[in-house]
Ligand binder design. Structure first.
Ligand code: PLP
Length: 408
């Protein structure tokens, strides 16, 4: 039973009352790409710009200290959100992409990493969890999947070699909405004494994350996908791992002492935070977490799962519809995203025509080309849900698709 007052939640997102092409009320179903921002987040940031703004960590003056307090309070807010042991384990980055690049680059520089090092990834990965490793000089060993995105865990066990440096897998696929068996992935990685990174870009916005219970070594997320501002993300890393990894970028704040001959580095997490951080965005991210927790992650998740089930029910009733990651014979349901293909209508045509009716979806390969190759397709049309979406919007999507179908 859905007890959320969605109308009052929607009122906190001014953009949702926009008319598209001055005609159609916006139906925003591109949330896996980025979510809209509630007033609380935007106003907290403008308030800080107007009244507090000063560079953090460096000043003795009042404003700098206040800005630093807000920035560090945001780190503590993220710590509790992820249930990390300590704020030393919370590194601010620009997003999931930078978090993964940080680990890839630093790991490649670690002593003892030499001679054809390997990373295990899954067939479901986003390009950020593929290309970052390639650029850092790692060979990728890929966990195969079945047609519904289920990972072959037996094959996974056989991918470990003496060259395996790390496992890096998505928690939830941004294309299929499939949840990977993270606890088994973590346990098996650890049986081989290999650390594991979880790409939480598509999980952290939709479910409670407890990094201690997950026992992952690294966890990456993007603030903008969870009602927070753009340009801010998080890398959680176990202190033991962050201690061992060399720095990522050089610059101010990440150092203890610098001379032209030798530099020593700052304590965690600052060792990984070179230069002026986006301290206004960290406040925005903290307020986004307040927003989510004010509603309650369990209630949020129940609402989104209800919407997804309803959308699957409505869309699968349309003749010629194929929904990826949904299997009626096994009961497998996608989580929060519906990637679909209708007959032979090109996904780009479908997306463009939906847009003309005020419905924002995403089309293409969704930054997961290897997954597209595995599925034997070039792209899909993807509708993805957030807390503020409604069954009425799903109905509008379904009737728009029916209308487009009749045009072909
Ligand atoms: N990983 C997954 C599963 C994603 O869906 C995305 C973005 O869509 C990313 C990583 C990259 O996130 P960002 O562009 O915020 O760094």
């Amino acid at each position: 039973m859905n007890t959320l007052d969605i109308n009052s939640i929607r009122e906190q997102f001014p953009i949702l009352s926009r008319k598209i092409y001055d005609k159609y009320p916006l139906v925003y179903l591109d949330n896996a790409a980025t979510t809209q921002k509630p007033r609380l987040v935007v106003e907290s940031m403008s308030e800080e710009y107007y009244n507090v703004n000063a560079n953090v960590h460096r000043g003795v003056h009042f404003l700098s200290q206040q800005a630093t307090d807000l920035h560090e309070a945001a780190r503590e807010r993220v710590r509790t959100f992820l249930n990390a042991r300590s704020t030393s384990e919370i590194v601010f980055t620009r997003g999931t992409t930078e978090s993964i690049n940080l680990v890839a680059t630093s790991l490649s520089r670690m002593k003892g990493i030499a001679g054809n090092p390997e990373i295990i990834v899954s067939s479901l990965e986003h390009h950020s969890n593929i290309v970052s490793w390639q650029l850092a000089g790692f060979r990728l060993c890929v966990i195969p999947m079945d047609d519904d995105g289920g990972l072959d865990m037996e094959a996974y066990r056989h991918l470990f070699t003496e060259r395996t440096c790390l496992v890096s897998v998505t928690h939830v696929s941004n294309v299929l909405g499939v949840e990977t068996p993270v606890s088994d992935l973590v346990r098996i990685a650890h049986e081989h004494n290999v650390p594991i990174l979880i790409d939480g870009a598509q999980s952290a916005p939709h479910r409670t994350i407890d990094v201690q219970a997950l026992d992952c070594d690294f966890f990456a997320l993007s603030g903008h996908k969870m009602y927070g501002p753009t340009g801010i993300g998080v890398l959680y890393g176990k202190e033991t791992w962050l201690d061992r990894l060399p720095p990522y970028m050089g610059g101010g704040e990440m150092i203890k002492n610098v001379s032209f001959e030798h530099t020593t580095f700052n304590a965690l997490p600052y060792k990984f935070e070179a230069g002026t951080p986006d301290y206004i965005a960290t406040t925005g991210l903290a307020r986004a977490i307040d927003f989510i927790e004010g509603i309650g992650m369990d209630a949020l998740r129940a609402h989104e799962e209800d919407l997804t089930r309803y959308a699957v029910e409505r869309l699968s009733g349309i003749e010629g519809m194929h929904i990826y990651g949904y299997n009626p014979s096994t009961g497998q349901m996608p989580h929060g995203v519906i990637s679909f293909q209708l007959g032979n209508i090109h996904h780009l045509d479908m997306g463009t025509l939906l847009d003309r009716l005020g419905i924002a979806v995403r089309t293409g390969h969704h930054c997961a080309e290897p997954l597209m190759h595995r599925l034997g397709i070039e792209g899909t049309c993807r509708a993805s849900f957030a807390l503020y979406n409604t069954r009425d919007e799903v109905d509008r999507l379904a009737s728009a698709i029916e209308r487009i179908k009749s045009m072909f």
